[in-house]
Design a protein around this ligand. Structure first.
Ligand SMILES: Cc1cc2nc3c(=O)[nH]c(=O)nc-3n(C[C@H](O)[C@H](O)[C@H](O)COP(=O)(O)OP(=O)(O)OC[C@H]3O[C@@H](n4cnc5c(N)ncnc54)[C@H](O)[C@@H]3O)c2cc1C
Length: 511
């Protein structure tokens, strides 16, 4: 993609960082609702789309329904309600083209540091271009749409003997383009959404695929298109069809999540029963599909038209639940003494969670680390002024929360204008008793927890990932809630100095 403006230093109202689905939606919303604002989108890659353009492994698709994952302002008009990466990218390209969003995006530029100065009520952002040169952007407000993982590399545990393996070892985050796996024996390590997506795709062309998991995951089966959509779209406009479908899927997600939390054993039984029905008689469901956690303590995976179960039934794929002892020259040795032969090993072992795209954040000269902060309404951070992050739901579509956040930001900017305030931040005197920011206990969340911000025990410091509750609390409640402080930055330097000192002491103690 072509970069547009590259002013060596400039002043903007809002800087959006990242041109994934979150950044594009933010850009669209600002363009529509804040016509007098100046803003730009800085994107480190050479294309927009983020996750959906970046991952190249076969079969990449959403496992959310697209009625809620697509924006409310642009209906999803495909018959399938699960979006392939290609379809999602086409959908985003249409938005960029129709709304001329390309004019705002600067590709192959990375925001490496943002620094707030209370005296000026401004952020100074250091942007590095692909040729290594840097320039500054001064802005009033930052919206970080940088996603939640490190694009440089995924999570790869150390496997004993990995150097001895003679075939290819591939992490899905670095899938080689046009990689041929025809007639190869493949082992996919993992049982999360990526493994579940990959296995049926690979099974179609390879000699055989083994999905090798340490422990089982909840997996449920859904048809790939929805009868109600097919019926409504035959006579109704896309706009109204989508409204109805969106409502249906929001309610379904919320009810399922609520029931899973309230009656976990009952929901676990239902999922397992459905799995058993989808698999051949005699399949060992309890060994391979009975997780030792409750539904939605970790993400529940969805497979369209039972594709994973079909290839297990047909014999093109199999599943092994066991611990790895080591890689060997020609496969994987298990702790139970068995050996799985392989030509290719795919390490679908997860992501390396990272906030703010790895950029350095400073407030009044003090370096700020995410783990010294508490999250406010799932969007802002304790004592960080004029800074918002778009972070979607983990238990329903990401974009539902992203859209609530867009509306909130516009309301907040309107309020700042109306009352002629220059700065706003959620005030927190002391860190509260806290919990992890993400309500999941998946490996990638637990690994990152010490580096991430916390959440408090009560709203607005608590983010329960519940859309219908957020809808009321974020969309309709007054912005001025007694927690947000306006034009009152005196406390900031002190707070961050104290946090930095605490970190230094902890580091010294660790040494
Ligand atoms: C394989 C996979 C499947 C998923 N499936 C679903 C799903 O079905 N449903 C769902 O709700 N969620 C899903 N998710 C979560 C998914 O990441 C979000 O839904 C959504 O795509 C995130 O969009 P985003 O724009 O916030 O972040 P991203 O897509 O990660 O985009 C962030 C962008 O910011 C850029 N960037 C980062 N740091 C900087 C910087 N410092 N300077 C400049 N640019 C920067 C990146 O290059 C990137 O383009 C999935 C995630 C993965 C990895």
């Amino acid at each position: 993609m072509q970069s547009t403006k590259t002013d060596p230093s400039e002043h903007l109202d809002v800087l959006i960082i990242g041109a994934g689905i979150s950044g594009l939606g933010m850009c669209y919303t600002l363009k529509k609702q804040r016509q007098n604002d100046t803003f730009a989108v800085i994107e480190s890659r050479d294309n927009f789309g983020g996750t959906w353009d970046f991952f190249k492994y076969p079969g990449l698709r959403s496992d959310s329904d697209m009625y809620t994952f697509a924006y409310s302002f642009k209906p999803w008009t495909e018959r399938e309600y699960i979006g392939s990466a290609e379809r999602i990218n086409n959908y985003l390209s249409e938005l960029v083209e129709d709304e001329k969003l390309i004019e705002y995006i600067r590709f192959q530029q990375r925001v490496i540091k943002v620094s707030w100065r209370s005296e000026e009520n401004k952020w100074t952002c250091t942007v590095r271009k692909s040729d290594g040169t840097e320039y500054k952007i001064y802005c009033k407000f930052i919206v970080s749409c940088t996603g939640y993982y490190n694009y440089e590399s995924g999570y790869l545990p150390k496997f004993e003997g990995a150097d001895n393996f003679k075939g290819d070892i591939i992490h899905p985050q670095k899938w080689p383009e046009n990689y041929s796996y025809k007639d190869k024996r493949i082992v996919v390590i993992g049982s999360g959404a990526t493994a579940v997506t990959l296995v049926p795709k690979l099974a179609a062309e390879s000699s055989h695929v083994v999905m090798l998991q340490r422990s089982p995951t909840y997996i449920y089966n859904r048809p790939s298109s929805d009868g109600l959509y097919r019926f409504l779209s035959s006579f109704m406009s896309a706009k109204f069809t989508n409204k109805i479908m969106r409502t249906k899927y929001v309610l379904m997600q919320q009810i399922t999540y609520f029931l899973s939390k309230r009656f976990p054993n009952f929901m676990a039984k239902i999922i397992r029963k459905e799995t058993a029905i989808a698999l051949n008689d005699g399949f060992d469901v309890d060994t391979h599909f009975k997780p030792n956690y409750k539904p939605w303590d970790q993400r529940v995976c969805m497979v369209p038209d039972g594709d994973l179960f079909n290839c297990l039934n047909g014999g093109s794929a199999s599943i092994v639940t066991a611990h790895i002892a080591s890689f060997t020259e020609n496969g994987v040795k298990l702790k139970n003494g068995e050996h799985i032969d392989a030509d290719v090993i795919v390490t679908a072992t997860g992501l390396d969670v990272q906030l703010w795209g790895g950029m350095m954040v400073e407030v009044d000269g003090h370096n700020v680390t995410p783990n010294s902060l508490t999250n406010y309404k799932g969007m802002m951070f304790s004592n960080i002024p004029n800074f918002l992050m778009i972070f979607g739901y983990t238990n329903s579509s990401w974009t539902l929360k992203a859209e609530l956040s867009y509306q909130y930001i516009c309301r907040l900017l309107n309020l700042l204008d109306e009352k002629q305030y220059s700065s706003v931040y959620p005030y927190l005197e002391e860190e509260q008793e806290s919990e992890g920011i993400v309500d999941l206990n998946s490996g990638y969340v637990l690994r990152a927890a010490p580096r991430l911000p916390k959440q408090g025990l009560h709203f607005p410091w608590r983010n329960k990932d519940f859309y219908l509750k957020d809808l009321l609390a974020i969309k309709y409640r007054d912005i001025e809630d007694g927690v947000l402080r306006f034009d009152d930055t005196e406390h900031l330097a002190k707070f961050h100095e104290k946090a930095a000192e605490k970190r230094r002491n902890a580091d010294e103690a660790n040494c």
